[in-house]
Design a protein around this ligand. Sequence first.
Ligand code: NDP
Length: 282
Amino acid sequence: KVIFTGICVAFLAVKWNAPKFDAESLKGARVLVTGASTGIGEQMAYHYARFGAQIVITARREKVLQQVVEKCLSLGAQKALYVAADMSSESEPAKVVDFALEKLGGLDYLVLNHIGPSPFSMWTGDVDHTKWLMSVNFFSYVQMAWKALASLEDSKGSLIIVSSLLGKMSSPFVAPYTSTKFALNGFFGSLQHELAMKKSNVSVSICTLGLIDTEAAMDKVKGVTKVPAYPATDAALNIIMTGATRQSDLFYPWFTYIAAASKDMFPSVTNYIIQNSYNYIP
Ligand code: NDP
């Protein structure tokens, strides 16, 4: 009880001291959002548009991107452009950043959010899929961050990494996916330290999300778990505010903070809860 109360108090103290979000700061901001054809990325594009930002969005499906761009313009984006790209390619991640730098004249925010599709099932030895997913969900993030870093340094900009509770706590049925999210947390956690030690202008925000009600996520967990799903539009807004206020972490919804903290403190209880939160009959 004492430890649980301590964790809650620590969380509330962090929230209480969080800097205030100023929506005006995003007017005209130059933003690149990946994985923005659907889900949380699409919702982030709409929020940035309402704040009057200049946006470049990317994903693979050109037609869908075109529709999202049109909606962004109708919502008030100062500029909205798309570039179709496959993040499993060696060269396309860097080309996307070059496109945004050229069209926007620099970047204030790089929001890395895309994920490749991955089955929700027990791992049966598909090594090639795990490698492929690593290239989409992890290596492309590293490439794009490096390519954008100099511009973000110039603009006192922010790098926003959309991660997951599954990047802090393993769970069944998602071995390849959870590996990519652990890799992101490790890499960008390290980068956070290095940039702070170099007194860099760039802030890095790592966003830990719980279950969010995107179509892709809901399709996977339908009938399998009773874990509550939170709205994508609200998750998207919280990610944007975290980046704009240059905070190092976001935990959304709030209890992901407690879940992440409790798995090291009470491993047996946490493992029991995780394994019993799915409808699975061997
Ligand atoms: P979606 O599956 O809805 O969207 C994924 C996006 O990535 C789409 O725009 C898709 O577009 C794009 N994409 C897929 N493959 C590629 C590829 N090879 N190259 C380029 N783009 C690609 O994901 P969510 O919105 O649900 O998730 C967004 C982020 O939030 C992810 O980082 C995810 O890990 C994180 N998150 C989500 C949770 C959830 O419950 N939804 C929970 C925890 C974290 P296209 O098909 O057109 O390429």
